[in-house]
Structure formats: structure tokens, C-alpha cells
Design a protein around this ligand. Structure first.
Ligand SMILES: N[C@@H](CCC(=O)N[C@@H](CS)C(=O)NCC(=O)O)C(=O)O
Length: 206
């Protein structure tokens, strides 16, 4: 797709859950976009050209139809999903969705995404992995398991941005050597959300 036809350009790295959140949300909502691959591993987020898009030097960042730029994955999906069923209409449910989005960024992503990165991409052996980080990941998954005891989705009775944000890295738990068999409701939920999004199951056994 040429830039002239693209209402939105996503600058993202396909190995990043934060970036994939944007693809999942845009595809689900039928929002046309061009994807420009920016490799974190090749330090393409450090070039002057990229820093002009996002001075924080991080993907994802999107260029919207009017040329304005927006960074931070959860801010981007909130903007894309404005007015859709992915954002609960009820004010309290909406606040609950924000609760999970903030938790995802402050607690979940810094644990599971970091462990995944260290194991899968930096290829750190177990001896170099901080056991506290592993414990933190397990705590996140246990909390999710407990929340999912009585519900199929994180907020209300249908898919919301909370599920999209949280599934982004949870579906890659196996890359971090976290076995979701230990958290069966989380495992089932991952498969459910992947099906709702119409995407491949990331784990071979889900
Ligand atoms: N809170 C940010 C995190 C973005 C982030 O950490 N991006 C990583 C890839 S997942 C990145 O660009 N890292 C490159 C770097 O920091 O140099 C978001 O949700 O968008």
C-alpha cells in the first residue's frame, strides 16, 4: 500500500507485543494501515529519522491520517477504538478497563515482556536470569488466573482493550519459559482472545 492510500502508518517491530496490539486493534476494527517495520534489535529506533517520529526512541508510534504522531501502545489503541465496543460504554466498566491497561504497563509488561526478551532474544542462560523477575511473572499470571475464575473476559462479558493489551505478551509466555499449563484459565483465555482477534495461536499447544 502506498502512503497516499494509507490513512495511518504504524511504525512497529513485529516481534513486539506492544506493537502487535496496534495491528490486532486496527485489523479487528477494519482500520486500514501501512506497517513500517522498525527493528529494535538492529537499533533502528535510535536513528535520527526515527527519533524525529518518537524522541523516546520506542516503537510503536503511529502517524495518523492528518499527519499527527502518537506513541505509547495503550494510548494508540485507545485512540483507534474510540466509539467502538472495545471500550465499555458504562463508566465503571470503562474505568475497570483503564485499571487493567495501567496494570499491564506498570506490572505485567515489565515482567513478562522483559523475561521473554532476555530468554528469547538475548539468549540468557538460566544462571543469568534474575529469579525475582521469574517470581514477578508468576505473580502476574496467578493474579490473572484468579481474576478469570468467574469470567471469560477481563472486563464485562465481551472483548475489550483490556484483553487485547494483556494478551499481547501473555500469549508469548512460553518464549519466557513460563508454562501456561500452570495457569489453565489464563491459557484458555489466551486461546479465546486469539480466536476473537482472528489471529494464529502463538503457543503450539493452545
Ligand atoms: N510503554 C511503551 C513501551 C514501548 C517499548 O518498550 N518499546 C520497545 C519495544 S517493545 C522499544 O521500542 N524498545 C527500544 C528501546 O527502548 O530502545 C508502549 O507501550 O508503547
Amino acid at each position: 500500500m502506498s502512503l497516499d492510500n494509507a490513512p495511518m502508518t504504524v511504525f512497529g517491530d513485529s516481534i513486539s507485543g506492544n506493537c502487535l496490539k496496534i495491528r490486532f486493534t486496527a485489523d479487528l476494527l477494519g482500520i486500514a494501515h501501512e506497517w513500517v517495520e522498525v527493528s529494535v534489535l538492529k537499533k533502528e529506533t535510535r536513528t535520527a529519522e526515527f527519533l524525529a517520529l518518537n524522541p523516546a526512541g520506542q516503537v510503536p508510534v503511529v502517524r495518523l491520517a492528518d499527519g499527527s504522531l502518537l506513541a505509547q501502545s495503550n494510548a494508540i489503541i485507545l485512540h483507534l477504538a474510540e466509539g467502538s465496543s472495545l471500550i465499555p460504554a458504562d463508566a465503571y466498566d470503562r474505568a475497570l478497563m483503564y485499571q487493567w491497561l495501567f496494570w499491564e504497563q506498570y506490572s505485567h509488561e515489565p515482567a513478562i515482556a522483559v523475561l521473554r526478551f532476555q530468554r528469547l532474544y538475548l539468549k540468557k542462560p538460566d544462571s543469568e536470569i534474575d529469579s525475582a523477575l521469574v517470581g514477578k511473572c508468576e505473580k502476574m499470571l496467578a493474579l490473572m488466573e484468579s481474576h478469570l475464575a468467574a469470567r471469560a473476559y477481563f472486563v464485562g462479558a465481551q472483548l475489550s482493550l483490556a484483553d487485547i493489551a494483556l494478551v499481547a505478551y501473555t500469549r508469548f509466555a512460553h518464549d519466557a519459559k513460563l508454562d501456561l499449563m500452570r495457569w489453565p484459565r489464563v491459557r484458555q483465555w489466551v486461546g479465546r482472545i486469539e480466536d476473537d482477534l482472528g489471529i494464529m495461536h502463538a503457543a503450539p499447544d493452545i
